[in-house]
Design a protein around this ligand. Structure first.
Ligand SMILES: Nc1ncnc2c1ncn2[C@@H]1O[C@H](COP(=O)(O)OP(=O)(O)O)[C@@H](O)[C@H]1O
Ligand SMILES: [Mg+2]
Length: 456
């Protein structure tokens, strides 16, 4: 096995031949060989191999071979050889997403992110984006979107990729049988596919339930609780969160509190403002919730409330953006601290929250102890990611953990997102972490597609 980076170019011959420079022949241990099996994505072809007198690591493909294999462009990519005279160029990485498919913004509001990601792969890999409609399973081809060096999107038909990074945007579409069978087909073809789908809160809580390492960071949670259970948890903790299992951005969330003398309180967001209601009886609280949501309450979870550390009298919590690296290990790549807006149930920016660096937030909450608290929180985030992965049947490469820290520095997880948003990276001090996050996607794709980086 030998791996390096080479310069792929094209020559005019019609027959299937590659011209390989001396340095590259030597590195790939192909000196004196007459034929190779060339792999690109899931495409394989036999090619004659001829030496080329040129300095550097050059790999010229005849146009006949290029067309047969659907190699989209020239430039620097990884190349590796096996002992069986197999040579592979790539990796061919597909980002699965969706959108309007207009010429300039094919992926709607996600276009900017997809473009930045593909640019990270320039001169290293064949990185493209595609939608579910762009796959032809009969011909095993994908009509991908490539970002060209001179700017602009170009369509190129390529083989099935070596690995798929799933950023399908719609929770609803993702539960369709069409998307389910698409995923199964990739798996059947041994194409690593991550992440599998959006998470539901209660599924993640259940995953961690029996896991000692994970469970210690999880507030007590019950899916689809009966009224009696809600009452029981309220009496036990005085303070609970009641939230939709498939919710996001804080919508539909209630913060419920119980005070034996004063009754029950519900805090939530309604039409852009924060509401606080008081109920003298538990039944009247339940009637309000039933009235607002009806049968949808069966898709709610109840969760012990965590007393978060505060600054300026407002609770703060954290987004830990986790990635797997090129060695398949979890790393806390980006961390944002969020301070809740006054009276808000959640820390979301759109509900009046504000974003800051974890150093600033923890410095104000913990003084000299801030560094230590942050280090412990990073370790907890890694333990949690490992625990989720350990109990999850599919491949995971990226997670957005919503973590709280209490006054004792204990770390609590509120939810794990399998398609984490990137809003924390808009903070001027977190821009470098945003770039690192994209580099880790590439790194991990190299790992999953078995193009492991060594020093070229
Ligand atoms: N059990 C809890 N204790 C304290 N705060 C919580 C709890 N659950 C949620 N929150 C607060 O509400 C926010 C949103 O909750 P989360 O579970 O992440 O739902 P969403 O999917 O809407 O983002 C959290 O970031 C945190 O600020
Ligand atoms: Mg959240």
């Amino acid at each position: 096995m030998s791996l390096t980076i080479c310069n792929v170019r094209f020559s005019q011959q019609e027959d299937r031949v590659v011209y390989v420079s001396g340095a590259l022949l030597k590195q790939l241990k192909l000196t004196g060989k007459k034929r190779i099996q060339l792999k690109f994505g899931k495409e394989v072809a036999t090619a004659a191999i001829r030496p080329l007198r040129r300095e550097g690591k050059h790999f010229y493909m005849s146009v006949g071979l290029r067309n047969a294999m659907r190699v989209p462009k020239s430039g620097h990519v990884f190349i590796q050889s096996t002992d069986e005279d197999e040579v592979q160029i790539g990796p061919l990485i597909g980002v699965l997403t969706d959108g309007t498919q207009s010429a300039t913004t094919p992926f709607g509001s996600r276009t900017g992110y997809v473009r930045e990601l593909l640019k990270i792969g320039e001169n290293k890999a064949y990185f493209f984006a595609f939608t579910p409609r762009d796959i032809n399973w009969q011909t095993e081809r994908v009509n991908g979107y490539f970002w060209s060096a001179n700017g602009g999107w170009t369509r190129r038909t390529v083989p099935l990729p070596d690995v798929v990074y799933n950023r399908l945007p719609s929770r609803k579409a993702e539960t369709s049988s069409h998307i389910a069978s698409l995923r199964e087909r990739f798996i059947r073809k041994n194409i690593p596919f991550f992440n599998w789908s959006f998470f539901n809160k209660s599924d993640v809580y259940k995953l961690l339930d029996g896991d000692l390492e994970g469970n210690r960071h999880l507030p007590e949670s019950i899916a689809n609780p009966s009224a009696d259970k809600i009452k029981e948890l309220l009496e036990k903790h005085q303070f609970v969160y009641y939230k939709p299992t498939a919710g996001s951005l804080g919508s539909g969330i209630y913060r419920l509190t119980y005070n034996p003398k004063r009754g029950y309180f519900a805090r939530y967001r309604r039409g852009g403002s924060n509401v606080l209601l008081r109920f003298t009886s538990f039944n009247s609280l339940m009637r309000m919730l039933q009235g607002r949501h009806g049968p949808a309450l069966s898709r709610y979870v109840i969760q012990q409330g965590v007393r978060l550390v505060e600054i300026d009298g407002c609770p703060i919590d954290f987004r830990f953006h986790m990635h797997k690296n090129g060695k398949n290990e979890w790393i806390a790549v980006g961390i944002g601290a969020k301070k809740a807006g006054r009276g808000s149930v959640t820390t979301h920016i759109k509900n009046g929250g504000s974003l800051m660096t974890p150093e600033l937030a923890l410095g104000r909450a913990f003084g000299d102890k801030a560094d230590e608290v942050l280090e412990e929180a990073k370790k907890a985030a890694i333990r949690l990611s490992e625990a989720i992965e350990r109990n999850y049947p599919h491949t995971l490469g990226e997670l957005g953990l919503d973590l709280g820290i209490d006054k004792d520095g204990e770390v609590w997880m509120f939810e794990a997102n399998a398609k984490p948003g990137r809003s924390i990276f808009k903070h001027p001090s977190l821009k470098a972490q945003g770039r690192a996050s994209m580099e880790f996607i590439l790194e991990h794709c190299l790992y999953l597609s078995r193009f492991r980086r060594r020093d070229a």
